[in-house]
Design a protein around this ligand. Sequence first.
Ligand SMILES: O=C(O)CCC(=O)C(=O)O
Ligand SMILES: [Fe+2]
Length: 408
Amino acid sequence: MLKTKSSDDKLDTLLSRSAVPIIDLAHCGIEEIPVKSVVNRVGHQLAKALSEKGMAMLVNHGISDEKLKTAWDHLDDFVVLEADVKKHYIRTDGDNHGYVSPGVERFNGKVPELRHAFNICTLNAQNLPEEPLPGFADHISTLATDFKALGSFILQALAVSLDIPHTFFLEKHSHMLSGDHDNMTTLRMLYYPPVVDDEPGHSQDDVIKGRCQYSYQRCLSDQPDFRPEHNPRDDINEVDGVQTNGKDGQISEHKLANGEIIRCGAHVDYGTFTLLAQDSEGGLEVKLPGSEKWHRVGHLPGAIFINCGEILSIWTKERYPALEHRVVIPEQEHIRARGRHSIAFFCHPDNITMISPNDLPQTDDGQNSAILKQRKKSFKAAKERVYNAYQLIQKKFKETYTNNNNGQ
Ligand SMILES: O=C(O)CCC(=O)C(=O)O
Ligand SMILES: [Fe+2]
């Protein structure tokens, strides 16, 4: 795990280049009763990071890098199972738990995403591939328990950050990972297949079907990587995806304006916040609040990225804005010829929780009156119609998933 108070000047210089605020959880992020002084400090750091940038990197959070890498190994093993074995674990309509094959989700409502996902919505999952993959269920359930604990830590720190009773958010998220009938919180393991250019011996179908011929060819870099100076994509805006049909009619690509394919289209997450662990392959980009420019997030070994979701943005009257983000395909051919792995923990309130911008005690503390006026205006509509957490996410799911009978 990374030590932030390092005497290593080179590391300090690298860290100071990160556009993402770094917050040290002092190894107590997954403790049942976290140290109060750490929760308070993290709360104050989150207040600044989330209001200014909508994101932060958490270090020394308590979930080991090895645990994350083992989860990705399990996912690789799952992805290469025969289709008729995988089909037993497919996400079904009305239950978010299970496997989602590439091409089923559509973040902008139009263009399918080329990635494999395995959703865990309950700690008591019956339907995990333990039989074909011994050890999978145990490992993933332990990891999900850790993420739930880290999520609870952050919920307490968030309350501190807003100067409200520290159980305020915890009480509204009391059913995380008890199943999506009560709460939509999900641990999602993700695998983006390699993108192979027209190499002899590789047809485009290899990419689209997500065959894992490169999945064990991992980048083992344990070096921080913040190369923000030059991002050739900065001036390129994502356009609506262009859909092209391949031999089997399945190929769909999400493209940038320069014609490049993208791994995960621009979107904001739906819930309270998201915790995201990534391997070192890169590709995650964010738009800072109020900016139209895409920024590369970079890689900090062992760190977990946190970004605000839409529900937190509604609750805080946009004081903590939902962060727009996407995953692009690396420029370098040898990097995009490897698969990319990530794990996202989407933290959601209990389904019946009403999400109103008027729930939080006033948190305006001296903000300028023009911004406040603007916010009042934009939340006038929300005042008139308040949805609960379940209704809000169902609205989003309708836009994201292709249809109801293709394994969703
Ligand atoms: O894979 C990633 O790094 C990001 C995934 C993501 O943003 C999402 O699934 O909402
Ligand atoms: Fe996301």
